[in-house]
Ligand binder design. Structure first.
Ligand code: BPY
Ligand code: FES
Ligand code: FE2
Length: 444
């Protein structure tokens, strides 16, 4: 080895600053979150819209690395592990059902009871001694107002311990109206309300679910929406950013019962909208102010109250599929009582909300999240990021999610996406099929 000192031609001055808000002490409070690349398990997630699963239809999906098959029989939806216990094929790839009580694996005929997953017979081997001694995991289902929710559990999470769906949905009104008053807008409807009409869409996002989730309630990210069509068409005042100016800018909710999450006091004196950056000569020129408020609860559900218009609320889920894909759900909820109200809401959705908001506006969120993926995908981003005051929102979320999640999903084993470079992925991609959420049926 040479004894000569190393000559540095360019001195690196700009490393990680001590002024970042996520110093190592802060980071240590959300270590569990950093381990949750495959999601939080033992939680309720949206699986499909009601109209995606007709009577006798079978669909396969994957949540938190868990393959799940859904079948509707006699109107009721059943969910089971979509991995045959014989040799692991997905039942949903080639649905085979001989009656309303069971689902049969199309390969060697193992047949499972829809209600409890028990192995009840084998088509061509009905006296085998394995029958009646084993089965596959089932998942509780809750269908409401056009959405099918599934409780994605670990195999040994007891069915008796399954919490109500409402524990994994955003704060409701009026029950929280005193806690979180909202004088600037009408009370936000819930997915669970009577007469709630839910319209929306879901699509696969190519990135980590946590990155996607954090974007939604990040009050600095709205810069990506600055020049969106609807913002200019409606002449909305969309701030350049919204900065916390008080210690109580965010309320963390961790009551024993009910959802665990955070509420942000936007449009109060606890937050200050930035309408101009003098140094850059940039300012907001809309005329019409929009008041809204964002909150998030476990397992990663965003609520944007009073958005995109009065009496409407937007909910979003970022359902983990693998450690680098998630299903991005956007739904709008409105209370409608008469057929005429339903027709008008559907029309407004089709002609305005869907093209200009869920696409136009939120497509920017989609590409912004994908743009962050490379920085985070090998895990180093969580240590290298340099966060600022507005990032109090994601930091608060990471801490509470670390404390209150019901389980950290283990990396998927023997499922799509557990290995990233298999010949099947290359073949499917070459054939024009992206990795995605729903199982593609075998074509005959
Ligand atoms: C609304 C917003 C959003 C989103 C979905 C719906 C939003 C956030 C802040 C300000 C205005 C809109 O993902 O980011
Ligand atoms: Fe399902 Fe053989 S793999 S029956
Ligand atoms: Fe956004």
């Amino acid at each position: 080895m040479s004894e000569q000192p190393i000559v540095r031609r360019r001195v690196v001055k700009k490393g990680i600053s001590d002024a970042r808000t996520n110093d190592s002490r802060t980071q240590s409070q959300y270590d569990p979150y950093k381990d949750a690349a495959w999601g939080f398990i033992n939680h309720w997630y949206p699986a499909l819209f009601t109209n995606e699963l007709e009577e006798d239809q079978v669909e396969g999906i994957q949540i938190c690395g868990v393959p799940i098959v859904l079948r509707r029989a006699e109107g009721k939806v059943y969910a089971l592990k979509d991995q045959c216990l014989h040799r692991g094929v997905r039942l949903s790839e080639k649905p085979m059902c001989f009656n309303k009580d069971s689902i049969t694996c199309w390969y060697h005929g193992f047949t499972f009871d829809l209600k409890d997953g028990d192995l009840t017979t084998i088509v061509g081997n009905p006296d085998d001694k394995l029958i009646g001694t084993t089965g596959i995991t089932t998942y509780p289902v809750h269908e409401v107002n056009g959405m099918i929710f599934v409780f994605v559990r670990e195999d040994d999470f007891s069915l008796e311990d399954v919490p109500p769906l409402s524990d994994d949905l955003p704060f409701r009104f009026p029950e929280n109206s005193e806690k979180f008053p909202h004088p600037l807008w009408p009370k936000s409807p819930s997915v669970l309300d009577d007469n709630a009409m839910i319209l929306g869409m879901h699509r696969t996002g190519y990135g980590d679910w946590r990155i996607a989730c954090e974007n939604g309630f990040d009050n600095a990210h709205i810069l990506v929406h600055k020049d969106n069509t609807i913002v200019h068409a409606m002449e909305w005042v969309l701030p350049l950013g919204i900065v916390p100016v008080s210690d109580d800018a965010i309320t963390v909710v961790e009551d024993e019962k009910g959802p665990k999450g955070l509420m942000q006091w936007l449009f109060t004196d606890r937050w200050k909208p930035t309408l101009e950056n003098k140094e850059l000569g940039v300012k907001v020129d809309g005329m019409n102010s929009r008041h809204y408020r964002t909150s998030v609860v476990l397992p990663g559900v965003l609520m944007v109250e009073n958005w995109p218009e009065n009496h409407v609320v937007q909910y979003e889920w970022y359902v983990p599929i693998t450690d680098d894909t998630h299903e991005y759900w956007e739904v709008l909820v409105k209370i409608v009582k008469t057929d005429e109200e339903k027709r008008l809401y559907q029309q407004r959705y089709d002609l305005v909300y869907k093209p200009l908001c869920l696409h136009g506006f939120n497509d920017c969120d989609l590409y912004a999240r994908e743009a962050m993926q490379n920085f985070y995908s090998d895990g180093t981003g969580w240590d290298d990021e340099q966060l600022v005051s507005t990032d109090v929102s994601p930091i608060t979320w990471r801490k509470l999610a670390s404390r209150w999640n019901r389980g950290i999903a283990k990396p998927g084993r023997g499922v799509a996406g557990s290995l990233k470079d298999t010949s099947l992925i290359f073949k499917n991609t070459a054939d024009g099929h992206r990795p995605g959420y729903k199982v593609r049926k075998i074509e005959e």
